[in-house]
Design a protein around this ligand. Structure first.
Ligand SMILES: C[S@@+](CC[C@H](N)C(=O)[O-])C[C@H]1O[C@@H](n2cnc3c(N)ncnc32)[C@H](O)[C@@H]1O
Length: 288
């Protein structure tokens, strides 16, 4: 991925970012990174970016799966989930789980090709299984995020954005979570007032729907010790519009101002995957 023409031009122009704090991807390439990847003429580079992210993610999916109990959910949505690398592992490890992969057109196209191409036939059963339990939805998380999940995952996405843009994504997520909850409550009420076909377990599970948000990302430690996130922070400076690696305090502030309360922060215990999971719920649900 670091060898992409557009990336090379951005890194060559790093001094522009250092001097101005502005985006040195946009400076020589004319567009922000994700706008650039959406152009038809840049499809090849978008494909390489999506595959590279998938490769990076596949190196830490097993760590992520062991850090958190994903079996508590009925449906997980991966927002900006790329080609679905994380989601396909979560679905494979949790046979009762359904998934929703949500991303821009180019990434959803890449995912469709990956799971249905001839090349994918080597994993035909796995792919069929994944596609039968996962919806692929294309859209823009700055406009709206689909409803219908009780676990909303955002992995390696918040680091691409400045605080205002990150807050817009989180507020759209909050809206989706609240709509999902009220849809589930309405359905439950209707079912109990008419003749119910649900058993007690199903009724309880539906009644208790409390969507959770999981931000899976690097967290910048306070202080001056060496950390891989510092290199990625410089990359974010060059490649995105004021994206960066945030400290835990900065995540607290961002989440609180977007209507969430953090309920748990889990750090990877190995020294290979410096990834953390921040679990948060809508602040409104704490006051009920
Ligand atoms: C750094 S990649 C992370 C991909 C994946 N979550 C992972 O960890 O491998 C950021 C993702 O955000 C997606 N994205 C960027 N802008 C978006 C938008 N406006 N709406 C939806 N997805 C977007 C990109 O297409 C890309 O897949």
């Amino acid at each position: 991925m670091l060898g992409l023409g557009s990336y090379n031009r951005a890194i060559d122009d790093l001094s522009y970012s250092i001097e101005t704090g502005e985006n040195s991807f946009k400076h020589p390439n004319g567009l922000d990174m994700f706008e650039y990847f959406q152009q038809n003429q840049n499809r090849k580079e978008a494909q390489i970016f999506n595959s590279a992210m998938a490769a990076l993610t596949s190196s830490h999916v097993s760590s992520i799966s062991s850090m958190y109990d994903f079996s508590q959910f009925n449906t997980v949505m991966d927002i900006g989930g790329g080609q679905g690398t994380l989601l396909s592992t979560l679905l494979k490890n949790n046979p009762n789980l359904s998934g929703i992969l949500f991303d821009l057109h180019h990434a959803i196209e890449s995912a469709k090709n990956l799971y249905t191409s001839e090349f994918a036939n080597t994993r035909a059963e796995d792919n069929k299984n994944f596609l039968s339990r996962c919806k692929l939805i294309e859209g823009d998380f700055f406009k709206s995020i689909p409803i219908g999940a009780d676990g909303y995952i955002i992995k390696n996405v918040i680091l691409n954005w400045d605080d205002d843009s990150a807050a817009t994504i989180l507020k759209n997520c909050l809206q989706a979570m609240e709509k999902t909850k009220s849809t589930a409550i309405t359905t439950t009420t209707t079912t109990t007032t008419t003749t119910t076909t649900m058993n007690a377990g199903q009724y309880d599970k539906q009644k208790k729907i409390q969507p959770k948000l999981l931000i899976i990302d690097l967290i910048m430690p306070e202080g001056n010790e060496p950390f891989i996130g510092k290199f990625i922070d410089i990359l974010m400076l060059a490649l995105t519009h004021k994206g960066r690696i945030r400290t835990q305090k900065e995540f607290h502030k961002l989440l609180n101002s977007s209507g969430f309360d953090i309920t748990k922060v889990i750090h990877s215990s190995d020294n290979v995957n410096f990834i953390s999971i921040i679990e948060a719920i809508p602040s409104s649900s704490l006051s009920h």
